[in-house]
Design a protein around this ligand. Sequence first.
Ligand code: ADP
Ligand SMILES: O=C(O)[C@@H](O)C(=O)COP(=O)(O)O
Length: 425
Amino acid sequence: MTLALGCIADDYTGASDLANTLTRAGLRTVQTIGVPADDLTLPEVDAVVVSLKSRSIEAGLAVSRSRAAEKWLRGRGAHHVLFKVCSTFDSTDAGNIGPVMDALRADSGEAVVLVTPAFPETGRTVYQGNLFVGAVPLNESPLKDHPLNPMRDSNLVRVLARQSKTQVGLVDLATVARGAEAVRARLAELSGKGIGAAIIDAVFDRDLEAIGLVAAQHRLSVGASGIGLGLARALVSTGKVKSAAGSGGADAAVGGPAACLAGSCSQATLQQIANAERVMAVLHLDQDRILTGADEVQRAIAWAKPRLADGPVLIASSATPDQVAALQARHGRDAAGHAIEQAMADIAENLVKSGVRRLVVAGGETSGAVVDRLGIPGFLVGAEIAAGVPVLRAVGAEAGDMLLALKSGNFGGPEFFADALGLMR
Ligand SMILES: Nc1ncnc2c1ncn2[C@@H]1O[C@H](COP(=O)(O)OP(=O)(O)O)[C@@H](O)[C@H]1O
Ligand SMILES: O=C(O)[C@@H](O)C(=O)COP(=O)(O)O
């Protein structure tokens, strides 16, 4: 297998978002969980998205895991590696976007790295280096209250500079609008000044197409699904990849009981849970019981099991920003996040033991904990449920044939859970 594109994603929902974008743009794509073991049989593909759970771990670990993934991808022929980060640039001043970018830049010998989290289809645009979420700057969006990495600065040149050892420059929209040649000239100017990374403005998909043409000639880029779209379109338009259509049956029916788990506390997910109450049984977990060691997981399983035969169930830990802040004040931010993720993984494991083969998970860290516990090594990409969220078919899973959807907290329409199960038969 010779890869046209190698990708490293810093969480599992982000990886499935990117795998979805690449598939829709005509690249045969597989998502792996971590660097694949030698005995995992992968189909012949144009792109591999290696999913890491490295967004919120210690920076040194994120660096070493990303480097191992890059080595594997380059070893399979990938000329270009995209480090996929969140379209809301989820990170802290300690990282992990900057430290991983710096390490991959050194490994790939890249002079100046192109960086953009723009993903116009989901309302993420970048102008003058400032990230907008819909109509508001990042620091005024719900991301200011994220439980793990509250985003309080929308100027990405500043945000990345605080995390990276290199100087960070800007390629502005006026330059992007003049096309690929103008972008190349600006990058040469920046690298001549010793600047090692550039935030690139992008508002429309056509901006990302110009960026993709330039990026494809570089060794490394950093961004969200939008730059993935640009790269994929560049690979197809320059004939490096022959466009493939369709999901190849990756979403064929598996049957059996269905369940949803929500650990995201995003506004979008809170609304989706409220709407799901009309069409499925919903259990709200008691987070204090999880944190104090009471048997909340057993209570959830005992609640779910008798209901599975009658239709899908949804189990949620999600809470409003005030409730999240209060819980974190009582137990600590990391302890709260970790304990709830592990409880979700316990619940998922028990549900699968009870026969669940269709599972929807809301939240990136939550999805990481669940997929790791289920021991799923990879996914094929099926139909698109919503922008950035495909149906996934597990490959090589211990439980056998399974369909999953891993939803980024912020993605999906108001009826997401019903929409997902409607496509996961
Ligand atoms: N009620 C709650 N209070 C505090 N933290 C929570 C609560 N529910 C979930 N969490 C934690 O919040 C984090 C949500 O992150 P994640 O799953 O990545 O969602 P998103 O996709 O919205 O970022 C997880 O670590 C999760 O365990
Ligand atoms: O780019 C995006 O917004 C998503 O692909 C993504 O990474 C989402 O992360 P979570 O919101 O933590 O699921």
